[in-house]
Design a protein around this ligand. Sequence first.
Ligand code: HGY
Ligand code: MN
Ligand code: MN
Length: 413
Amino acid sequence: MNVRAEVNGPRLLQSVADFAAIGATPAGGVNRQALTAEDRAARRLLAERALARGFSVFQDEAANLFLRREGRNTALPPLLIGSHLDSQPTGGRFDGALGTLSAFEALEALADAGIETDRAIEVVAFTNEEGSRFSPGCMGSMAFAGAGNIADWHGSAATDGALLADELAATLQALPEAKLRPIGHAISAFVELHIEQGPILEREDVPIGVVTAVQGTKWLEVVFSGEAAHAGTTPLEFRKDPMAAAAAAIARIQDGVMPADPDARLTVGRIAAEPGAINVIPNRVSFTIDFRHPDAAALAAIEQRVREECKVSGARWDCEPTILSRANMAPARFAPSVIGAIEGACQALGLRNRRIISGAFHDALFVSKASPSAMIFVPCRKGISHNEAEFVADDHIVLGAQVLLRVAQRLST
Ligand code: HGY
Ligand code: MN
Ligand code: MN
């Protein structure tokens, strides 16, 4: 008899609440940054729940965490579903965790129904998707997809000074139950469920977004070096003021990029001045720029404009700019076969859905370079994300998991 697997809504909602408690912030968000004690606690909780269900648990050298439910034919590469567990410093309870926990719920639903799939299904929690503690983001999925080598980042320092190599080692050692396996094993396809992190689905009252592509992202760090001097005694003509140069460059970039192109996104998220005293002209000012565009040529043109504006402002204030690349994510298009499986699952469930391009980058962006991939979006309130007020309605959580479960069954039998 063909027993149907069903998502257990209360169990999934409780799971989301359980993980939201790990790194919970007073304002209702989470601070569970990559490879911290909080991240390790979440990984442990997920691994223990997997082991309790009889699934096997693995990690690779990038500390990507895999939970595997065997299929009939162990020779077939597994289907991969999942997302990430790490968060922004003032992140929301759903970014990453919802996709990972919905994927685990799909495994549990199949196990509850006693359904055996042809191929194994693995749930993944990729390491350091957010990139806020260690740059770049998507480190784990980049390494998994062969788009980066985790050893190249071993020496990178976190915003809190910790070394990636040390934090990776601590994370791997904190979960001895997870067997270590070589990075980048073959998979048949990858499906990632995620909150939209934008306003479109909610505004159109559509419960499911079928993600067909991810726009490109570049991160730069701009450093203006000048000369520290006394704030009161130094006339204008003697100043080499990197703060004035940075302020001028940021103003020109903000005035010139997004107003000229509705598809462009540009954010200056972090700025720092040294020595940072109120009455000292700084000798060094650094700031970050995150810019994005669906079109690769337009993304390159924005970078060109940013570099030019920094050069002009640096010359104006006699401060040479140094521009460091911190992340470079080319736009990606997802696989029609996986997109079709998601749309087919929505039709089978009678769910309204629409195709959408992701403004945020995701692990699926990199996995799609190695294997057929696509994403499922669910709405979040007012499109707010990377904010402790991030919220997803219970019914959207359950509907998203139901679509993921159907897709997982379609792609594994
Ligand atoms: O920044 C991003 O797009 C992702 O949400 N970390
Ligand atoms: Mn995310
Ligand atoms: Mn995020």
